[in-house]
Design a binder for this molecule. Structure first.
Ligand code: FUB
Length: 329
């Protein structure tokens, strides 16, 4: 299918009457991670290859808007070449970037060449467009089972946290430099949330699903992957892909970032045409938006995913209503 290079926003009405926005671009845009800086909303995404029949992801892309109507395509702004310790040309998985003290920090999942498992890398730049460099020359979090999908958050007291995980969730305190972790915290700097994830009151009903480490079906936590952490008032929100595959989008809340969490339920059902859904909500110009990806533009190829955006209203206490996803273009 020929798609236009011109960036426009296509608006379509869903059955529920919600307007879906899509960044139209010539490339696929999985794993959207929106971030607001001043009057601009940036969306960092991954990049599924046009011919992908399995995950084929060589680099990361950037888009921006000031009005949610007109988009600028900054193109590929970082590749695996930034990370000498990583597998080159593939496995550039989900990411999130954040601004602090005039610098930008971009946390990415990439394959650690020492053990061929994903780990978390960090890149730094003066502006989202880059150039991005690796300030430490090694993974910030070395490769391990489930170590993908970093999400970053700076709390009101200035303490920054990095969460990540697939079929497990881990978090670390980032030092003020944002490129190292506080090794005095938890177990050599990493807190393992898996016992919390197993608690249905905190993360929802357990489900039977494939365990790739042990290569068998197991009753596992509802939490699948793609944590998205933020705070509204004194409540911490943790959104995540849930339910095994195909994934839906769900969330839990807590009064402390260290838990206990309270399972709040589904935000959406499964993304059409995609067994993954990776995304996150954000507030921009006084409105709330859900970013996620689906497989509608590729005709249902779950390895060729595109960012979709829906506007929604939060309840007075910040809670998120169930959002209906459009099922076709
Ligand atoms: O895009 C590669 C992986 O698929 C991401 O890291 C997961 O969240 C899922 O979207």
């Amino acid at each position: 299918m020929k798609r236009t290079f011109l960036l426009t926003v296509s608006v379509m009405l869903t059955i529920a009457g919600q307007a879906q926005m899509r960044i139209e671009t010539d490339s696929y845009t999985p794993d959207p991670a929106p971030v607001v800086s001043g009057k601009t909303l940036y969306v960092f995404t991954g990049h599924d290859m046009d011919t992908a029949t399995y995950f084929r992801m060589p680099d990361w892309q950037l888009f921006s808007t000031r009005d949610m109507k007109h988009w600028k395509n900054h193109g590929v702004v970082m590749t695996t070449a930034t990370f000498q310790w990583a597998r080159q040309g593939d496995n550039a998985w989900a990411s999130q970037a954040i601004e602090r003290n005039g610098k930008w920090y971009w946390y990415v999942a990439a394959e650690d060449n020492t053990n061929h498992l994903h780990g978390i890398g960090v890149a730094v730049a003066d502006r989202p467009e880059g150039p991005w460099t690796d300030p430490i020359g090694k993974p910030l979090i070395p490769g391990n089972w489930g170590y993908i999908d970093p999400t970053v958050f700076i709390d009101d007291d200035g303490q920054a946290y990095l969460f990540w995980g697939n079929n497990g969730c881990w978090y670390a305190k980032l030092n003020e430099d944002m490129i190292s972790i506080d090794t005095s915290f938890a177990n050599q700097g990493i807190c393992d949330m898996r016992s919390m994830l197993d608690d249905e009151a905190q993360f929802g009903p357990r489900v039977m699903k494939q365990d790739y480490q042990y290569n068998k079906k197991m009753l596992k936590t509802n939490f699948e992957e793609a944590p998205w952490i933020y705070k509204i008032g004194d409540t911490y929100f943790l959104e995540y892909a849930a339910g095994g595959v195909p994934e839906h989008w769900a969330y839990s809340t807590a009064k402390s970032i260290h838990g206990p969490w309270h399972y709040e339920g589904r935000i959406t059902d499964e993304a059409p045409g995609s067994f993954t859904i990776h995304g996150g909500t954000i507030r921009f110009r006084g409105k709330n938006y859900l970013f996620y990806h689906d497989g509608i533009p590729s005709g249902g190829n779950g390895f060729r995913r595109s960012t979709a955006i829906l506007k929604f209203k939060r309840q007075k206490d910040g809670r998120i209503p169930k959002i209906t996803l459009p099922q076709n273009k």
